[in-house]
Ligand binder design. Structure first.
Ligand SMILES: [Zn+2]
Length: 228
Protein backbone atom coordinates (compact mmCIF):
# COMPACT_ATOMS: atom_id res chain seq x y z
CA UNK A 1 0.00 0.00 0.00
CA UNK A 2 2.78 2.21 0.96
CA UNK A 3 4.49 1.59 -2.34
CA UNK A 4 1.34 2.32 -4.23
CA UNK A 5 0.88 5.51 -2.35
CA UNK A 6 4.43 6.40 -3.04
CA UNK A 7 4.12 5.64 -6.73
CA UNK A 8 0.95 7.67 -6.88
CA UNK A 9 2.68 10.41 -5.04
CA UNK A 10 5.63 10.20 -7.40
CA UNK A 11 3.31 10.06 -10.32
CA UNK A 12 1.60 13.04 -8.92
CA UNK A 13 4.94 14.76 -8.43
CA UNK A 14 6.01 13.84 -11.90
CA UNK A 15 2.69 14.92 -13.18
CA UNK A 16 3.00 17.98 -11.12
CA UNK A 17 6.44 18.48 -12.45
CA UNK A 18 5.16 17.88 -15.89
CA UNK A 19 2.46 20.40 -15.36
CA UNK A 20 4.92 22.76 -13.81
CA UNK A 21 7.27 22.24 -16.72
CA UNK A 22 4.49 22.77 -19.16
CA UNK A 23 3.42 25.86 -17.33
CA UNK A 24 6.98 27.06 -17.11
CA UNK A 25 7.44 26.42 -20.77
CA UNK A 26 4.38 28.37 -21.59
CA UNK A 27 5.61 31.49 -19.85
CA UNK A 28 9.01 30.97 -21.47
CA UNK A 29 7.25 30.88 -24.77
CA UNK A 30 5.28 33.90 -23.78
CA UNK A 31 8.48 35.52 -22.57
CA UNK A 32 9.83 35.19 -26.09
CA UNK A 33 6.83 37.07 -27.32
CA UNK A 34 7.03 39.80 -24.70
CA UNK A 35 10.66 40.37 -25.63
CA UNK A 36 9.60 42.83 -28.22
CA UNK A 37 7.13 44.04 -25.63
CA UNK A 38 9.99 44.28 -23.17
CA UNK A 39 11.94 46.16 -25.80
CA UNK A 40 9.07 48.50 -26.26
CA UNK A 41 9.09 49.44 -22.59
CA UNK A 42 12.75 50.39 -23.05
CA UNK A 43 11.68 52.94 -25.62
CA UNK A 44 9.21 54.58 -23.26
CA UNK A 45 12.05 54.73 -20.74
CA UNK A 46 14.06 56.66 -23.27
CA UNK A 47 11.10 58.86 -23.98
CA UNK A 48 10.58 59.93 -20.37
CA UNK A 49 14.27 60.72 -20.09
CA UNK A 50 14.15 63.46 -22.68
CA UNK A 51 10.85 64.45 -21.16
CA UNK A 52 12.65 64.97 -17.86
CA UNK A 53 15.42 66.85 -19.56
CA UNK A 54 12.93 69.05 -21.32
CA UNK A 55 11.21 69.80 -18.06
CA UNK A 56 14.62 70.56 -16.58
CA UNK A 57 15.45 72.65 -19.61
CA UNK A 58 12.20 74.54 -19.34
CA UNK A 59 12.92 75.35 -15.73
CA UNK A 60 16.12 77.26 -16.53
CA UNK A 61 14.32 78.91 -19.42
CA UNK A 62 11.71 80.24 -17.10
CA UNK A 63 14.45 81.27 -14.73
CA UNK A 64 16.33 83.07 -17.47
CA UNK A 65 13.12 84.74 -18.58
CA UNK A 66 12.59 85.81 -15.02
CA UNK A 67 16.13 87.16 -14.97
CA UNK A 68 15.67 89.04 -18.23
CA UNK A 69 12.49 90.63 -17.00
CA UNK A 70 14.14 92.47 -14.09
CA UNK A 71 16.94 93.57 -16.39
CA UNK A 72 14.46 95.25 -18.66
CA UNK A 73 12.98 96.80 -15.57
CA UNK A 74 16.39 98.17 -14.62
CA UNK A 75 16.97 99.66 -18.08
CA UNK A 76 14.66 102.59 -17.56
CA UNK A 77 16.45 103.41 -14.32
CA UNK A 78 19.80 103.54 -16.15
CA UNK A 79 18.41 105.59 -19.04
CA UNK A 80 17.77 108.72 -16.98
CA UNK A 81 21.32 108.48 -15.65
CA UNK A 82 22.72 108.28 -19.18
CA UNK A 83 20.61 111.26 -20.20
CA UNK A 84 22.55 113.52 -17.84
CA UNK A 85 25.73 113.91 -19.98
CA UNK A 86 23.84 114.29 -23.30
CA UNK A 87 26.84 113.27 -25.35
CA UNK A 88 27.13 114.25 -28.97
CA UNK A 89 28.15 111.20 -30.98
CA UNK A 90 29.09 111.44 -34.64
CA UNK A 91 30.85 109.17 -37.10
CA UNK A 92 34.30 110.06 -38.39
CA UNK A 93 32.72 110.97 -41.70
CA UNK A 94 30.29 113.33 -39.97
CA UNK A 95 33.10 114.99 -38.03
CA UNK A 96 35.17 115.38 -41.19
CA UNK A 97 32.21 117.02 -42.86
CA UNK A 98 31.92 119.79 -40.27
CA UNK A 99 35.58 120.23 -39.27
CA UNK A 100 38.60 121.40 -41.25
CA UNK A 101 41.39 118.81 -41.65
CA UNK A 102 43.42 120.62 -38.95
CA UNK A 103 40.44 120.80 -36.57
CA UNK A 104 39.67 117.13 -37.18
CA UNK A 105 43.30 116.12 -36.55
CA UNK A 106 43.36 117.95 -33.23
CA UNK A 107 39.80 117.45 -31.92
CA UNK A 108 39.20 113.88 -33.05
CA UNK A 109 42.74 112.48 -33.25
CA UNK A 110 44.22 114.23 -30.20
CA UNK A 111 46.64 116.24 -32.28
CA UNK A 112 48.44 119.42 -31.23
CA UNK A 113 48.91 122.58 -33.26
CA UNK A 114 52.41 124.02 -33.48
CA UNK A 115 53.25 126.49 -30.72
CA UNK A 116 52.64 130.18 -31.43
CA UNK A 117 50.68 129.40 -34.60
CA UNK A 118 47.13 129.29 -33.24
CA UNK A 119 44.75 132.10 -34.11
CA UNK A 120 43.79 132.61 -30.45
CA UNK A 121 47.29 132.54 -28.96
CA UNK A 122 47.44 136.35 -28.82
CA UNK A 123 43.73 136.95 -29.06
CA UNK A 124 42.34 139.01 -26.18
CA UNK A 125 38.95 140.28 -27.34
CA UNK A 126 36.02 140.12 -24.98
CA UNK A 127 33.78 137.17 -25.52
CA UNK A 128 33.30 133.45 -25.03
CA UNK A 129 35.47 130.62 -26.31
CA UNK A 130 33.45 127.63 -27.45
CA UNK A 131 34.12 124.02 -28.43
CA UNK A 132 34.73 123.91 -32.19
CA UNK A 133 33.14 120.47 -32.32
CA UNK A 134 29.81 121.12 -30.62
CA UNK A 135 29.61 124.82 -29.74
CA UNK A 136 29.61 124.38 -25.97
CA UNK A 137 30.84 127.50 -24.15
CA UNK A 138 34.12 126.52 -22.46
CA UNK A 139 36.01 129.66 -21.38
CA UNK A 140 35.26 133.32 -20.80
CA UNK A 141 37.73 135.84 -22.20
CA UNK A 142 38.27 137.33 -18.72
CA UNK A 143 39.90 134.03 -17.65
CA UNK A 144 42.39 134.04 -20.56
CA UNK A 145 45.94 135.18 -19.96
CA UNK A 146 49.24 135.28 -21.79
CA UNK A 147 51.18 132.32 -20.43
CA UNK A 148 53.90 132.58 -23.07
CA UNK A 149 53.68 128.85 -23.71
CA UNK A 150 52.58 129.29 -27.31
CA UNK A 151 48.96 128.22 -26.92
CA UNK A 152 45.87 129.97 -25.58
CA UNK A 153 45.84 129.66 -21.78
CA UNK A 154 42.99 130.02 -19.31
CA UNK A 155 43.03 129.85 -15.53
CA UNK A 156 39.39 128.81 -15.25
CA UNK A 157 36.90 126.81 -17.32
CA UNK A 158 33.13 127.00 -17.26
CA UNK A 159 31.68 124.55 -14.78
CA UNK A 160 31.00 120.95 -15.84
CA UNK A 161 32.18 121.43 -19.42
CA UNK A 162 35.61 119.81 -19.44
CA UNK A 163 36.66 116.24 -18.69
CA UNK A 164 40.17 115.40 -17.48
CA UNK A 165 42.04 112.17 -18.32
CA UNK A 166 45.56 111.02 -17.54
CA UNK A 167 47.66 111.11 -20.71
CA UNK A 168 50.89 109.07 -20.68
CA UNK A 169 51.83 109.66 -24.34
CA UNK A 170 55.29 110.87 -25.46
CA UNK A 171 56.89 109.62 -22.25
CA UNK A 172 55.13 112.28 -20.17
CA UNK A 173 52.37 112.14 -17.61
CA UNK A 174 49.95 114.92 -18.39
CA UNK A 175 46.27 115.57 -17.87
CA UNK A 176 44.35 115.70 -21.13
CA UNK A 177 41.28 117.90 -21.32
CA UNK A 178 38.33 117.07 -23.54
CA UNK A 179 34.90 118.54 -24.14
CA UNK A 180 32.41 116.68 -21.95
CA UNK A 181 29.71 116.93 -24.55
CA UNK A 182 31.47 115.73 -27.72
CA UNK A 183 34.71 114.22 -26.31
CA UNK A 184 36.72 116.53 -28.56
CA UNK A 185 40.38 116.88 -27.59
CA UNK A 186 41.12 120.42 -26.36
CA UNK A 187 44.63 120.25 -24.92
CA UNK A 188 46.05 119.71 -21.43
CA UNK A 189 45.72 121.21 -17.98
CA UNK A 190 48.64 122.03 -15.69
CA UNK A 191 48.99 123.24 -12.12
CA UNK A 192 51.30 126.15 -12.94
CA UNK A 193 48.61 128.74 -13.61
CA UNK A 194 48.18 132.15 -12.03
CA UNK A 195 45.93 133.14 -9.14
CA UNK A 196 43.24 132.66 -8.13
CA UNK A 197 43.15 129.03 -9.32
CA UNK A 198 46.79 128.12 -10.00
CA UNK A 199 45.52 126.14 -12.97
CA UNK A 200 46.57 126.54 -16.60
CA UNK A 201 44.27 125.20 -19.28
CA UNK A 202 46.52 124.95 -22.34
CA UNK A 203 44.15 124.76 -25.30
CA UNK A 204 44.62 124.40 -29.04
CA UNK A 205 43.18 127.35 -30.97
CA UNK A 206 41.84 124.91 -33.56
CA UNK A 207 39.73 123.22 -30.88
CA UNK A 208 37.85 126.42 -30.19
CA UNK A 209 35.45 128.89 -31.68
CA UNK A 210 34.94 132.43 -30.40
CA UNK A 211 31.77 134.43 -29.89
CA UNK A 212 32.55 138.13 -29.23
CA UNK A 213 30.54 139.93 -26.59
CA UNK A 214 29.55 142.45 -29.28
CA UNK A 215 28.13 139.59 -31.35
CA UNK A 216 26.21 138.29 -28.38
CA UNK A 217 24.85 141.77 -27.72
CA UNK A 218 23.83 142.14 -31.37
CA UNK A 219 22.22 138.70 -31.30
CA UNK A 220 20.27 139.68 -28.21
CA UNK A 221 19.17 142.89 -29.91
CA UNK A 222 18.15 140.96 -33.03
CA UNK A 223 16.22 138.55 -30.90
CA UNK A 224 14.58 141.44 -29.04
CA UNK A 225 13.59 143.52 -32.10
CA UNK A 226 11.09 141.08 -33.64
CA UNK A 227 9.18 141.08 -30.40
CA UNK A 228 8.60 144.84 -30.76
ZN1 LIG B 1 32.43 119.74 -27.72
Amino acid sequence: MKFQACTIALAGLVAGCGVKQSTTLEPSATKEKPKPVAASPVKPKAKPEPAVTTTEATKPETQTIAKIAPQTQFEPTTQPQSKAPKKIVKTDAEWRAILSPEEYRILRQKGTERAFTGKFDHHFKKGTYTCKGCGTALFESNTKYNSGCGWPAFFKAKENTIAETVDRSYGMVRTEITCKKCDGHLGHVFDDGPNPTGIRYCVNSASMGFVPDEEEALAKQAAATPKK
